[in-house]
Ligand binder design. Structure first.
Ligand code: HEM
Length: 134
């Protein structure tokens, strides 16, 4: 059993299908370039250096889509709604977040199907992170 190559037994993960770590790192880097310039979002990020936040988000997405479990090795269970509780995620923050994410997703050369899958998840996740009315 163990000498049968894994790929012959199992479908590739979404993570692998879209290009693995490189793709997610590029996506998240592009997203944070937008955040860095955003007058509403930038002040929400507690650290002066956005690098560590970028790293956490990239590792989270890689894990979510079937890549290495490094995020949880470092951070434990994601509990994303709880982790966002200290921040005022209102409609405006949600919209700004998705706007920067859209730019980043559109710059990736993904198939239509992969793009749709990724975008549907991100819009769903962003809506579920809203914790402040207005
Ligand atoms: C809807 C608008 C959102 C806003 C305004 C927002 C804002 C923030 C802020 C200010 C942080 C703290 C930065 C840090 O120190 O890591 C953070 C962390 C994080 N966010 Fe968001 N976020 C949003 C949506 C999302 C969504 C949709 C996801 C997942 C798809 C996500 C995933 C994460 C992750 C993984 C972390 C790091 C958690 C940790 O390990 O501490 N965020 N977010």
């Amino acid at each position: 059993m163990n000498d049968i190559p894994r790929d012959t037994l199992q479908e590739q993960t979404f993570y692998e299908q879209v290009g693995g770590e490189e793709t997610f790192r590029r996506l998240v880097h592009r997203f944070y370039q937008g955040v860095a310039e955003d007058p509403l979002l930038r002040p929400m990020y507690p650290e002066a250096d956005l690098g560590p936040a970028e790293e956490r988000f990239a590792l989270f997405l890689m894990q979510y889509w079937g890549g290495p479990r490094t995020y949880s090795d470092h951070r434990g269970h994601p509990r994303l709604r709880m982790r966002h509780a200290p921040f005022q995620v209102d409609r405006a923050a949600h919209d700004a977040w998705l706007r920067h994410m859209r730019v980043a997703v559109d710059e990736e050369e993904l198939s239509e199907e992969h793009r749709t899958t990724l975008w549907n998840y991100l819009t769903y996740a962003a809506a579920s992170m809203v914790n402040t009315a207005g």
